[in-house]
Design a protein around this ligand. Structure first.
Ligand SMILES: *Cc1c(COP(=O)(O)O)cnc(C)c1O
Length: 432
């Protein structure tokens, strides 16, 4: 029963474009009515009609310790009483910066912002200011937020809605965005050769999560690192999803590859609107007020956001066994899904790295945007709705990774797998 959600969606559409404040939430690609959420605790979300769901989105990543994690909730409540914003520096911001620097490899300095979009857009500006070059390379299907320059061949909602050209983004801006297929070093080498001395940055999701989950091929990130070293290009890891999720030091630590600049979001805010970018001191010193690369924010380093993020990151730093637990749970889910989906009559691919996992209905490996797009989305949508109707909340698009939280129990995973098995038996997902 989604009576209340239906009512709310109708009402929302009158005053909010599409009824939502971020496009993928609208369920357009999978069809149907988006659930309006009332509350969540641990691994479960409850919608406006009071139905309970096992949550595999976790606010698109931040809720790595489950919803309403008590120390974070308590810290926010205490801090709120001291005023919610000052527009002046606080000690808390130093604590946060020191904590991030202590956890993240190759991050000497960090600047806090309010979203992943802001982090990526600022990191790109910084790379351009530092190198004095304009062009940059991004990968097809990678999403770096909605700043103009990144919307060329982007993943996530841009891919979900198959948006080819973005009205509002000028040709002048797009001209400096060069794109290559994910996991394809040769194309990058050619681009660098053809644009010698003009490329400021290569930005990459070290593990792609915005075309489903796509891990980097062996040698891909190392190859990019080598190209950047050779050509004086700033190597930017967009760790908005992977940061503090794949390891305390994110993908840099987990995969053993060094970035010059790193962008963060999602987990770093513990569910509050937070992003950050950081990296090499000699580059970060180009940022205002030290340098002339301008970047600012009225609510940057906001005390409520900082205390939420700080409490979350400190928990992760002090309990590294969390990462082992997350891996084990995700592997357990992976094995279960593999068995359950084997009955569905359609070939499928499950990609996983750490606590990021996704399913594509495809008979070929899914290792870049072209292969993710070639997968059968009709089947995904059937699967998605079958799961949802039975109380499992998956991302409403095959172009999104799922995120596992520590709150998820073996029992929750067993239940999820049972439901997946039932659906695939009762609704044979025959490729059309
Ligand atoms: C979510 C995301 C962003 C954008 O972050 P927002 O906080 O939504 O602006 C950027 N890069 C990656 C890899 C993301 O997953």
């Amino acid at each position: 029963m989604i009576t209340k959600s239906k009512e709310l969606f109708e009402r929302a559409q009158k005053t909010i474009p599409g009824g939502v404040n971020s496009p993928v939430r609208a369920f357009r690609s999978v069809g149907g009515t988006p659930l309006f959420i009332e509350k969540a605790k641990g691994a479960y979300m409850y919608d406006a009609d009071g139905s309970k769901y096992i949550d595999y989105i976790n606010s698109w990543g931040p809720m790595i310790l489950g919803h309403a994690y008590e120390p974070v909730v308590k810290a926010i409540q205490e801090r709120a009483a001291l005023s919610t914003s000052f527009g002046a520096p606080t000690e808390l911001e130093i604590d946060m910066a020191e904590l991030i620097v202590s956890m993240a490899p190759n991050v000497d300095m960090v600047r806090m912002v309010s979203s992943g979009t802001e982090a990526c857009m600022s990191a790109l500006r910084l790379a351009r200011g530092f190198t004095g070059r304009n062009k940059f390379i991004k990968f097809e299907g990678c999403y770096h937020g909605h700043a103009d320059a990144f919307l060329v061949k982007a993943g996530s909602g841009v891919a979900t809605f198959n948006i080819q050209t973005i009205p509002g983004v000028t040709a002048g801006v797009s001209m400096d965005t060069l794109t290559a297929p994910y996991n394809d070093l040769e194309v990058v080498e050619q681009l660098v050769k053809d644009n010698s001395g003009e490329i400021a940055a290569i930005i990459v999701e070290p593990v792609a999560g915005n075309m489903g989950c796509i891990p980097p091929a062996p040698g891909f990130l190392e190859g990019l690192r080598a190209i950047c070293d050779k050509e004086g290009i700033v190597f930017i890891f967009d760790e908005v999803m992977t940061g503090f999720r794949l390891a305390p030091g994110g993908a840099q630590e987990r995969l053993g590859v060094r970035a010059d600049l790193v962008t963060y979001g999602k987990v770093i805010g513990g569910g509050m609107p937070v992003g950050a970018f950081g990296g090499r001191k000699d580059i970060m010193e180009y940022i205002a007020p030290l340098g002339n690369v301008y970047q600012a924010g009225t609510l940057s380093g906001n005390p409520l956001a900082m205390i939420a993020g700080y409490t979350m990151l400190k928990t992760l730093k002090d309990n590294p066994s969390i990462y082992k637990e997350l891996d084990e749970k995700t592997i357990y889910l992976h094995k279960g899904l593999k068995k359950a989906l084997a009955k569905c009559g359609s070939p499928f691919v499950i990609n996983r790295l750490g606590s990021m996992i996704s399913v594509h209905f495809s008979d070929k490996p899914v290792n870049n945007f072209a292969s993710a797009s070639a997968a059968n989305n009709t089947l995904f949508n059937t699967f998605f709705h079958g799961m949802l109707e039975n109380g499992v909340y998956l991302p409403p698009s095959a172009f999104e990774t799922w995120f596992i939280s520590t709150a998820l129990s073996a029992k929750d995973i067993d239940e999820t797998v049972d439901i997946a098995g039932e659906i695939t038996l009762n609704t044979p997902l025959n490729p059309s």
